[in-house]
Write a protein that binds this ligand. Sequence first.
Ligand code: NAP
Length: 272
Amino acid sequence: MSRCYRLGLIGYPLGHSRSPALHQGFLAACGLQGEYRLYEVAPGDDLRPLLTDLRLHRLHGLNVTIPHKQRVLPLLDRLTPTAQAVAAVNTLWADEEGLLWGDNTDAPGFYHDLAACFGAWARRPRHALILGAGGAARAVAFALLRGGWQVTISARRAEQAQALARHLSSAAAPAVLPWEARGQTTAALIVNATPLGMAPHTETTPWPPDTPFPPLARVYDLVYNPPETRLLRQAREAGVPAANGWGMLVAQAALAFRRWTGCTPPEPSLQD
Ligand code: NAP
């Protein structure tokens, strides 16, 4: 009898999540039986019961999102090299011995989609400015550094940007730019890794209004709801090629799904 995959997502809050639709689509596309459930675990609540279910193979795979991507690390037995370098996980599973593993598929998911959106341009390493220094910025910075890019980080709390730069300095030391000076960058790629622009705060933007983008720049906004954020509108009006984070979401989900099931799903285009 074929396995019925029991998959899910741990985070809080999860009302907005598109992951169940994505993974149900993957299950159907791969001809597999299963379900993908949302497990809301508030910041102070205990993650261990769900991890025990994973260890005992009552669950076959879990994704992890805000606020648990770093909090769950001490509860795991093994990390993939990417998860170790990023120091945050979004994909969990247990091996045959019941050891709990953590991986980070945000990093390769971002890098994959950068190339999917910008083609040959993205394959030549350049200088990138990352706006924000939280969990997603860690993954993006790691992916770009590994790809040979020069990286600058700008966050409203300078100490957070400096801590991220220090953490990643074994790869190649990222620079730090004061948040107030972000509009003066000469970077070829500008990545938004803050929630600015995300619904319901759709009028906010991480890029200072009425500020030109650097010549020949590209913009990648990790936010995908709404599909055209205010940042993407600014880029479109300036004639700057730009992409939202939907493709990254799909790519990181597909990589997690392959890890759990061994099946590589065809990439759907579910965005409304
Ligand atoms: P996070 O860990 O909370 O980090 C958010 C970063 O943005 C922090 O540096 C934070 O600074 C900064 N920030 C928050 N509000 C700000 C504001 N009003 N002005 C300036 N900076 C602000 O969140 P995350 O996990 O990195 O996620 C960041 C964004 O990426 C979210 O919108 C998330 O949905 C999106 N994301 C997309 C994907 C995808 O697959 N497309 C994957 C992961 C994340 P403080 O610490 O000072 O608040």
